[in-house]
Design a protein around this ligand. Structure first.
Ligand code: AVJ
Length: 336
């Protein structure tokens, strides 16, 4: 393992830092903009402070929250085929390596990978993962990059002959609005180049009752995950939210094909945040997350918008989730 490369880009407005107790001016400004807006909105990236990351891990183990274990099952079954698509001697770049172990299915099957490049905003977690993988895959070059992968970041030097394969699991792509998702894939497309590829985890459209249950679990962990955002605003952004005055709301909207999560004010009241009065009507919400669910036409439209095409799709027995293999579209653009 070699040293840690740090993106020269300053933290992006939506970058969520898990360690500091006071956040960057840019992040603070974007939070205040979101709270002042006509439709109050915050970035889902804000969920992941230390407690939020812990709650998310707990969500992944809930009986109702199917995506994580479904994706595991797909990877366990199809990692060999995905590795064959990637081909020998590739450099594997993981977008948002987190605490995740999904990449191990691929690393176990890839033929002589030249490097593993985990990219993550959380430096601590990134270094832990890099150390752990170094122990598990002796001889594998591990080149961690601490960066907000939603912005342009600099890759470490890789052998130019190595095919670049991006890995973006977890259906995190679902957190982007379609236009943002397209723009994000275009950046990935630029990183992997004309000969690269992308292994993308995508949550599929399904019976709305299943979706509803996954975001309204009976143990209330998703509610706690959502409300934790207010705890974070109180701690890091000078918020004075009374948590008891908000409730968790999550529902599927068929027209946009997305789950929306909101924090809903139970009563009309005013909250002071960073010295500013933020007014809530009874029933007014802060929109905290979108989680888009894809079908084939939507996925193909997304791939096309990103300069890719869908070359192979792997799903589970219940057709709930996809691990997609995307390759650059021939007709994409003049990018190298
Ligand atoms: C991490 C974005 C995939 O959208 O399902 C889980 C986050 N939000 N429960 C998702 C989440 C509520 C999750 N992703």
């Amino acid at each position: 393992m070699t040293g840690l490369a740090t993106s020269r880009n300053r933290a992006a407005p939506h970058a969520a830092s898990s360690s500091s107790s006071s956040s960057s001016a840019a992040l603070r400004a974007s939070v205040m903009r979101g709270l002042r807006a006509e439709v109050k909105t915050l970035s889902p990236a804000l969920f992941y402070d230390a407690e939020g990351a812990r709650l998310f891990e707990e969500i992944c183990r809930l009986p109702e929250y199917y995506p994580t274990r479904t994706e595991h099952a797909i990877l366990a079954r199809h990692a060999g085929e995905l590795a064959a698509h990637a081909g020998p001697g590739c450099a594997l770049i993981e977008y948002g390596s987190g605490a995740g172990v999904k990449v191990r299915y691929l690393l176990d099957r890839l033929e002589r990978p030249v490097a593993y490049v985990p990219v993550d905003i959380s430096r601590e977690q990134l270094l832990d993962v890099a150390r752990e993988r170094a122990g598990q895959y002796p001889g594998l070059r591990i080149l961690p990059v601490c960066a907000d992968y939603t912005t342009a970041f600099e890759l470490p030097a890789l052998p130019s002959s190595a095919r670049r394969v991006a890995f973006f699991p977890g259906s995190t792509i679902g957190n982007f609005h379609p236009a943002e998702a397209g723009a994000f894939l275009r950046r990935v497309r630029h990183v992997v180049g004309r000969t690269g590829g992308l292994i993308l985890g995508v949550d599929r459209r399904k019976d709305p009752r299943l979706l509803h249950a996954a975001y309204n679990d009976s143990a209330g962990v998703t509610a706690a995950f959502n409300v934790n955002l207010l705890t974070r605003l109180n701690r890091e952004f000078g918020g004075e939210f009374n948590l008891d005055l908000f409730r968790h709301r999550a529902f599927f909207d068929d027209a946009t094909s997305r789950i929306e999560m909101h924090l809903e004010a139970r009563v009309a009241h005013t909250v002071c945040v960073g010295g500013e009065a933020i007014q809530f009507d009874a029933g007014e919400t802060i929109h905290t997350e979108c989680s888009y669910k894809y079908d084939r036409p939507r996925l193909e439209a997304l791939a096309e918008a990103g300069g890719f095409r869908v070359e192979a799709l792997y799903s589970d027995d219940r057709d709930w989730f996809w691990e997609a293999w995307l390759v650059p579209a021939e007709t994409c653009c003049q990018n190298p």
